[in-house]
Design a protein around this ligand. Structure first.
Ligand code: KG4
Ligand code: ZN
Length: 334
């Protein structure tokens, strides 16, 4: 039997996830337990709460993933786990579960970079075609990555302050929308107009980096000033104006990178890839310029373990195994 069957674990933030995946793209099971309801009342993810939930949930999630895939540990080729970046306490729960599983069943252990997982989510829908550019936009990350080939990641741009999703969530909070606010701002923006023309941060010419703290502060200050003057604030106009600023900068910079690097394939992934304005603008621009745009299915865009298994398949073939010394890390290069 030549099949490579990997059990993968992801606990870097607020979802406890486990998946069984065959040959890098056949998802036999994909269990994701979200903690959003527990974090909602704090308006964001509380690391200590996240760790505690992972501890309570991880064993059951692993058992469920095996059961749903109709697999036993004896059928597996390896166990993979997100080693970082993420909340360190949260990462450690997944890592320790993976180490124990690897040791108990005599399986190789494969450490995986979380952002590599977001890129490889696309492999669950179709083969990756190189060279490619990938824009990863989530609550924790905003990264532009150039790939010549499998497992070759060159981060050419990243945020210098807030991640896009983080800016969305903060703007949502000041307009009084619940956490996580991205989807609410997106929905509301459809009823508004870009009357505010918030700043667009392009940074130095030639830079592929991003910055979203300026537009975020501008939204907060504008609302504050209007409220102080007793003026009525149209939340839909604020949402639309904010979204326009973000979508414009993300698409313009990404498409410039696509052109500069001469690639024809673009992947947009991570939770913010669900944004309707961002998707529509990318679809339009990519069609105009003959670029193949791939956006993974939504369930693979948000945090999940199947995407970790998709990367692990290639690491397995390369023999890139970890040891029981594996630790959670936030300072790792992709
Ligand atoms: O990838 P993800 O599930 O978790 C992280 O790894 O961060 O991304 C969650 C982020 C949140 O900030 C959420 O507000 C944002 O993605 N998000 C959106 C939309 N759907 C989710 N932001 C803008 N528009 C959306 N439709
Ligand atoms: Zn993520």
């Amino acid at each position: 039997n030549e099949d490579i069957v990997i059990l993968s674990i992801e606990t870097s933030c607020d979802e406890t996830a486990c998946s069984v995946i065959r040959n890098g793209n056949e998802v036999l099971s994909n269990i994701v337990v979200s903690q959003i309801d527990s974090h909602k009342r704090f308006g964001g993810v509380v690391p200590e709460v996240a760790s505690r939930h992972h501890v309570e949930t991880i064993t059951v999630v692993i058992e469920e993933a095996l059961e749903a895939a109709r697999m036993t540990p004896a059928d597996l080729s390896a166990v993979a786990v997100t080693e970082g970046p993420g909340l360190i306490g949260a990462l450690l729960i997944g890592i320790n579960a993976a180490k124990a599983f690897s040791f108990a069943h005599g399986l190789p252990l494969i450490p995986v970079h979380h952002i590599a997982g977001h890129v490889y989510a696309n492999q669950l829908d179709e083969e990756l075609r190189f060279p490619l550019m990938a824009l990863i936009v989530s609550g924790g990350h905003t990264e532009l990555i150039y790939m010549k080939d499998h497992l070759s990641f060159e981060v050419i741009g990243e945020t210098r302050d807030d991640a896009v999703g983080e800016a969305y969530d903060k703007v949502a909070r000041v307009i009084g929308l619940p956490y996580p606010g991205g989807p609410h701002v997106d929905r509301l923006s459809k009823e508004g107009h870009d009357i505010y023309e918030f700043p667009r941060a392009y940074l130095e010419p030639g830079s592929y980096d991003f910055s979203f703290s300026g537009v975020k502060s501008s939204v907060i200050n504008t609302l504050h000033n209007q409220r102080q003057k007793g003026q009525e604030v149209n939340a839909a106009d604020v949402a639309k104006s904010f979204q326009e600023s973000v979508v414009e900068v993300l698409t313009v910079k990404t498409l410039r990178a696509v052109k500069d690097y001469g690639v024809e394939n673009l992947i947009v992934a991570g939770g913010v890839a669900a944004n309707s304005g961002l998707r529509a603008r990318f679809e339009e621009k990519c069609q105009d310029e003959g670029i193949k745009l791939s956006v993974p299915q939504l369930k693979y865009c948000t945090d999940n373990a199947a995407m970790i298994g998709a990367v692990a398949y290639h690491l397995y073939k390369k023999g890139a195994f970890g040891t029981l010394e594996l630790n959670g890390r936030n300072t790792i290069d992709i």
